[in-house]
Design a protein around this ligand. Structure first.
Ligand SMILES: [Zn+2]
Length: 234
């Protein structure tokens, strides 16, 4: 191998390494990250380079059915435990002079009336959305971040107003840091995954039963007495 082609190859590798790791993205990496600025922001906010916020509208049908479901099965020990788990993590030490950023967010939600039961409806609806739209919301960090995101949005978020040019006004939701999102999402995932997968299996069973019913209805009518079968085969 000539020195020239070796240096050419090294140059290519170096260039390639400095590109964003998101497939198809040709933008340069930012700082020490594996991603370009845009994809790094998605990773920080949504857990993956192609992650995005799941809208209230997208969650609405799942939210509605989970509300009914959790009401109907409120006697189920797993549902009871799941509600208690969320109530417990939302109970932040009262009277502590300084709350951690995560506890401050949880305190905000509780102050605005979020209960463990409603939180479970939200978490379960995000999980079902992921189950039926795995390409939009895959199981993994994206799902974990989406749990936190949906909970944090369950009540109005703090708005910050900033000014520039001395007169223009800009209002934006105060962004909750990556650490808080990840930590809250992981707490939910580790505490509730058993219940969520049971829920998933329940919906799989309903779906399979429905499929079987449709197959049964489409079954052609054939005689089933032994004589008939013998005559046909002889
Ligand atoms: Zn990129």
């Amino acid at each position: 191998m000539s020195i020239n082609s070796k240096s050419k190859r090294d140059g290519f590798i170096a260039r390639n390494n400095s590109l964003c790791s998101s497939p198809g993205c040709t933008l340069p990496r930012v700082g020490t990250r594996k991603w370009c600025r845009r994809h790094a922001r998605s990773v920080d906010k949504h857990g993956g380079p192609n992650g995005r916020a799941i809208t209230k509208r997208e969650l609405q049908p799942f939210h509605k059915s989970m509300e009914e479901f959790i009401e109907r099965y409120s006697h189920h020990p797993g549902i009871k435990r799941g509600i208690k788990f969320l109530d417990d993590i939302m109970t932040v030490p009262s009277g502590s002079p300084r709350l951690s950023p995560k506890d401050a967010e949880l305190a905000r939600l509780v102050d605005k009336g979020l209960t463990g039961k409603e939180a479970l409806v939200i978490v379960a609806s995000v999980f079902l959305f992921s189950k039926y739209s795995p390409r939009i919301l895959p199981v993994g960090p994206e799902l974990t971040f989406a749990f936190a995101d949906a909970l944090l949005k369950a009540r109005p978020q703090a708005v910050i107003t900033s000014y520039w040019d001395g007169q223009s006004q800009r209002r934006a939701y105060k962004t909750v840091g990556t650490k808080v999102r990840r930590s809250l999402g992981e707490t939910i995932m580790s505490g509730l995954s058993g219940l969520l997968y049971t829920l998933s299996a329940h919906f799989d069973k309903i779906e399979a039963e429905e499929k079987q019913r449709n197959l049964d209805y489409r079954e052609p009518f054939t005689p089933n007495n032994e004589e008939g079968t013998e005559k046909l085969s002889s």
